[in-house]
Design a protein around this ligand. Structure first.
Ligand code: SF4
Length: 597
């Protein structure tokens, strides 16, 4: 097996989730991951691909998915066997805060001389806390770390002309005497031209390491191979709880405006993905963010694409735009995160658009033939109380009845809590009082400890002036129950599925109360024993709590992954890269390289 220079490890949310009794609740019902948050960030593949293009060998090991897939899989044994120059661990969002630290500890235990590098938004936020931990040697900050990680790896491998640590942008590091240095974030490319986002690296690496299991993005991906196409890093909006908002990007990543993928490249990424996958491609980011012209160029470039595509809109759109999308990508699904029925709550959350124009947008989408229209609501917003959550469910009734009607209901509402954590760096996290929030965990260590609490109520890192943790939990289950019944009434789910979901919600509610009872016992030993006793029921209630996960799936038929075509695609990509090396023009840098170097 070839030895990798850099091994990128993705940890589960809680390292020993297979042993612990934790009622995770509906924290991941609306994302492809399970509550273990096994889906690794797309940045791992862009870093890996970027380094590979420059001669380094990188291997991704999704420990979380491997632990989920097999109880016999021993992550410590695998870590012990790996012999890289450095380990990289993602802490992009906060859910893997416990697992990431524990995995770093295992790397250090078995390879004390091998540097451990952290990266991601949350690593950027907590770089000072991370670098002082004995498990961490470097933190690479910012939203685009491909080039700084390359420079760090060149330094660690003794590459000729490698930069000194003090010269590597975005790097937090420590001298032997413990002095910490946080180099400025000066690497923040203006666009996404420097990365390749077509997963060709993954295909190549799976073949090289003969290890498909470690590259799986999430459990069940082979059955539903959804992929992401990244249109942007950054955002023009300012949702109050989002760590990826415009203001968070400025303060955290020193990014003053979003970096966009060139519209033609974005279209090509999607077409490349379609060569090996028949699954839906989710276009991350509203394609109108970079302006009308960008959207127009992208739609022209993707015109005629027949595969399933999921498009997201951050606010209302006019009929003409919707029709252009439908014409360009006839097999499309629209997603809108409406968050709430209440214009007042939505404005307080930072999305000040009105209901009338967004309902018009929904009508246009259905009229233009969108395969599905997924509408997302959230619990835990500023100015939102228990009754407001129930009113949002009533509003779903109105939407399904008055907009989504017709022979086949295509408007599908979802509701979930803002959980487990408010994002560090988000406006609310930075000024909770101003927005009516109370923070219950602030430091990385506090979050790490919160993650191992026995139910999601105790994991939540906030409560609001309008709902405490009990009310957030209670309104979530009640809203889930009501919406489930509505979906059954409108024929979105069959009666048997509705019954199963209802039973799961009732069971989860009972378990929350049971955990509360256990937590009121003073004797820690007895508490632990009682929690262990209910672990089987807790594990059973941990998946698809307030809705069935499969409700999110765009229907797929036939072969979902085309492995022979993936192999051809891989050979083509290798040939493309080899050809310039034997051509006299190969000495000239490509346009992409010129941008990044
Ligand atoms: S939640 Fe709001 S701020 Fe965050 S990425 Fe989405 S639109 Fe932008």
């Amino acid at each position: 097996m070839p030895r990798a220079d850099l091994v990128l490890l993705h940890a589960p949310s809680v390292y020993d989730f297979r042993k612990k009794s934790i009622l995770y609740g509906p924290v991941s019902d609306l994302v492809p991951s399970t509550p273990v948050f096994e889906m690794y960030p797309i940045g791992l593949t862009t870093i890996a691909e970027y380094l590979e293009r420059r001669g380094l060998r990188v291997r991704i090991v999704n420990l979380a998915v491997r632990m989920l897939n097999s109880n016999r899989f021993d992550p410590e044994k695998l870590i012990r066997k790996l012999q890289p120059v450095a380990f990289g661990i993602d802490l992009h969002w906060m859910p893997p805060a416990h697992g990431a630290i524990e995995v770093a500890r295992l790397c250090k235990k078995h390879h004390p001389g091998v540097p451990v590098i952290f990266g991601g938004f949350s690593s950027t936020y907590y770089h000072q806390e991370l670098i002082r931990r004995p498990e961490v040697d470097f933190v690479v900050r910012g939203d685009s770390t491909e080039e700084p990680v390359l420079q760090l790896m060149q330094h660690l491998t003794g590459h000729s002309g490698a930069l000194l640590l003090a010269e590597i942008p975005n790097l937090t590091w420590q001298e032997l005497d413990g002095t910490v240095h946080a180099n400025e974030i000066t690497y923040s490319p203006p666009n996404l031209d420097h990365v390749l986002l077509d997963y060709s690296y993954v295909i190549k690496a799976v073949a090289r390491y003969r290890d498909l299991a470690s590259f799986m993005p999430f459990k069940g991906w082979l059955g539903y191979p959804i992929t992401a196409a990244l249109s942007v890093r950054g955002c023009t909006h300012n949702c109050r709880t989002c760590g990826g908002s415009a203001t968070s990007f400025i303060t955290l990543n020193k990014r003053c405006r979003p970096a966009y993928r060139a519209p033609e490249d974005l279209a090509q990424d999607i077409r490349n993905i379609a060569r090996f996958s028949k699954g839906p491609v989710f276009i991350v980011g509203d394609i109108r963010q970079a302006g009308e012209e960008y959207a127009e160029q992208f739609l022209r470039a993707i015109h005629g694409y027949q595969g399933p595509v999921i498009v997201e809109l951050f606010d209302a759109a006019d009929r003409e735009f919707i029709q252009r999308v439908a014409k360009a990508m006839p097999n499309w699904t629209l997603e809108i995160s409406l968050e709430t029925h209440s214009e007042e709550v939505r404005a307080a959350f930072g999305r000040p658009y009105k209901n009338a124009p967004i309902e018009d947008t929904m009508r246009y989408a259905l009229e233009a033939g969108a395969q599905r229209l997924d509408i997302f609501f959230m619990i835990g917003l500023p100015k939102q109380d228990y009754q407001s959550v129930m009113d949002s469910v009533d509003y779903c009734d109105h939407l399904m009845r008055d907009l989504g009607g017709g022979p086949k209901q295509r408007l599908i509402p979802f509701i979930s809590p803002l959980a487990p954590f408010l994002d560090p760096g988000s406006p609310v996290f930075e000024s909770p009082g101003r927005y009516g929030y109370r923070l219950l965990a602030r430091t990385l260590e506090e979050h790490r400890r919160a993650l191992v609490q026995p139910s999601w109520k105790y994991v939540l890192n906030y409560e609001t002036q309008w709902m405490n943790r009990d009310q957030i939990v209670d309104s979530t289950y009640e809203a889930g129950l009501r919406l489930n019944r509505l979906k059954a009434r409108y024929g979105l789910i069959d009666p048997a599925q509705a019954e199963r979901t209802e039973a799961r919600i009732v069971r989860a509610r009972r378990l929350v109360a049971q955990v509360d009872d256990v937590m009121s016992i003073g004797d820690a030993g007895r508490r632990a024993k009682l929690l262990r006793a209910i672990k089987p029921q807790v594990d059973d209630a941990n998946l698809s709590t307030v809705c069935d996960k499969t409700e999110l799936n765009v229907p797929l038929t036939g072969i979902k992954l085309n492995l022979p075509r993936a192999a051809c695609f891989f050979i083509e990509q290798v040939a493309k890269r080899l050809l310039p090396q034997i051509s006299p023009r190969s000495a000239e840098p490509t346009q992409r390289d010129a941008v990044t170097s």
